[in-house]
Write a protein of this length. Structure first.
Length: 521
């Protein structure tokens, strides 16, 4: 098996075909383009080893091969965390429309028909690369929309309480200026127009040519456009299709249910089972996302986790219950079964369901009380086990090359009701974080094999880890420039949550942890 070339500026193309003559033709054809570096594999097994070592930018794969064929390879790639979104272009002699459509339906980026013009193959591949990059840019824009939506919502709250805040207007103007340009380039015309209009209104307001209410009206219009795009992208607008004939009384509208939890296993299983009961289900994976969706879609019931990134469940619930005239039933789920949590639920008028082995039974008993029409179906489904790990205590990953620091922090975290994991450096810490999905990370800044900056960059480039709170600790005082660099966003995702000096006094560190984990007092 060959090795990749050393040119890091070129696009890496992996070609998989069991015919050595055909591999030579493709390599010569693509070699006409100096920006394409080709590696050839004669089997899917060799190709899977290659992608594990270094991911290609695009894979050209024959469909019919002995042993594992091209479609089987695509399925294997989709199971890989690093290659799940790898663009695969099939090469086949098949010309029947139905078979070509079948290949595309499996997730192929495109299909190239054999035989082809060798002189044009490089141009064809470059065209597919441009399409892949554009789709990736659009996917990245959707991720950015979530971040911008949080800023827009927080700005609206501040403007309502202080309509003359020039600092907020300046920050908002910067955000909408960038949003107008990026959304226009990528074809999100409604967002671009709304952002451009709001930018002009802000300029007029700062010059005294319009009223504060004009800014708020423009901001609301932009928030609506952003929300439509967010809800129109999967998985947030996923309405789980179910047959409701035997669950909801004839003539009645299916109750709208919004479920918000940053644990994908719990989120998916609750969504699936509630959909089977006949609810119209939508899902959110963080607090800001839940707040936006709840404001716009007005669900009848909100099931919300307490400990979520960007905004905790209690803050989301309080805003909705205080602002909405329409009744909403809130079910708070959390692993911290302490009196303060229960008291807060009672104060809000919310139902409480403790996470643990009985989570599903706790949830369905509340739903049966809220919606008696589905009580029979609920009781039937309540007998099924969750088949998913439900944590009763938050989990904190400690990353430090000094095991004494780990023992010191672990002993204190245990007293506050948290479990701990341990890694000796950033490389190991990233691997453990991907496997165990901790609720928060405490990382030393200086480590010989992967420091805090390395760990942050790897986490923020991994979708499941992109919002996890990271607290940086250091035995040496970090200068202001370093602290600002740690807190700076990485690819539109949050940097370090806070940084602290290592000390026997963990009071401030644990106060900061309590804000995201609701540790036991």
């Amino acid at each position: 098996m060959e090795e990749w070339g050393a040119d890091v500026m070129s696009f890496r193309i992996l070609h998989v075909d069991d015919d050595p003559h055909f591999r030579d033709i493709v390599e010569l054809s693509l070699g006409l383009d100096p920006m394409l570096t080709v590696m050839s594999c004669g089997s899917v097994d060799d190709a899977l080893v290659t992608t594990a070592d270094r991911a290609p930018d695009l894979i050209l794969c024959d469909v019919m091969m002995p042993g594992m064929d091209g479609t089987a390879m695509l399925a294997r790639l989709r199971e890989s965390a690093t290659m799940a979104k790898a663009p695969v272009v099939f090469m086949t002699a098949c010309t029947q429309t139905s078979e070509l459509e079948q290949l595309k339906s499996l997730g192929a980026a495109a299909v190239i028909i054999k035989p082809f013009d060798p002189m044009k193959l490089a141009g064809t591949v470059r065209g597919h690369l441009r399409s892949v990059k554009l789709r990736a840019a659009i996917d990245g824009f959707f991720e950015r929309l979530h971040t911008d939506a949080g800023l827009l919502l927080s700005s609206r709250e501040i403007l309502r309480s202080n309509l003359g805040s020039l600092v907020v207007l300046e920050r908002l103007e910067t955000c909408v200026h960038k949003l107008a340009g990026a959304s226009g380039v990528l074809g999100f015309d409604e967002v671009s127009r709304a952002a451009s209009t709001l930018e002009r209104t802000i300029v007029d307001r700062r010059a005294g040519r319009c009223n504060p209410e004009d800014v708020e009206a423009g901001l609301d219009a932009l928030i609506r456009c952003v929300d439509c795009e967010i809800r129109g992208s999967e998985p947030n607008r996923t309405k789980l299709a179910v047959d409701t004939a035997d669950t909801i009384a004839p003539g009645r509208r299916a109750p709208k249910l919004l479920i918000a939890d940053d644990d994908p296993a719990i989120l998916n299983i609750l969504a699936d089972r509630c959909a089977n009961m006949g609810f119209e289900v939508r899902i959110a994976s963080n607090g800001i996302q839940a707040l936006i969706m709840a404001i716009q879609s007005e669900p009848d019931i909100l099931i919300v986790d307490v400990n979520m990134p960007e905004a905790n469940g209690f803050d989301v619930s309080a805003r909705l219950l205080n602002q909405r005239s329409k009744r909403i039933d809130v079910v708070v789920i959390t692993g911290t079964a302490n009196p303060d949590t229960i008291d807060r639920c009672e104060h809000l008028g919310a139902f409480y369901a403790c996470k643990g082995p009985e989570l599903w039974k706790n949830v369905v008993s509340v739903l049966a009380e809220i919606v008696p029409d589905v009580a029979d179906r609920i009781n039937e489904l309540a007998m099924r086990p969750m088949n998913v790990e439900v944590r009763t205590r938050p989990r904190v990953l400690i990353v430090d090359d000094d095991p004494d620091i780990e023992r010191f922090l672990s002993s204190r975290l245990d007293r506050f009701g948290a479990d701990t994991l341990y890694a000796t450096d950033g490389v190991q810490g990233y691997r453990i974080a991907c496997q165990e999905k901790p609720n928060a990370i405490i990382s030393d800044y200086f480590m010989p094999n992967g420091d805090a900056c390395y760990l942050l960059s790897r986490l923020r480039s991994t979708p499941e880890m992109e919002n996890i709170p990271v607290f940086v600790i250091s035995g040496r005082r970090l200068d202001d420039l370093t602290e600002q660099s740690l807190a700076r966003e990485i690819c539109g995702r949050p940097g370090a949550t806070r940084s602290f000096r290592k000390s026997i006094d963990t009071h401030e560190l644990f106060l900061a942890l309590h804000e995201v984990l609701w540790l036991r007092n």
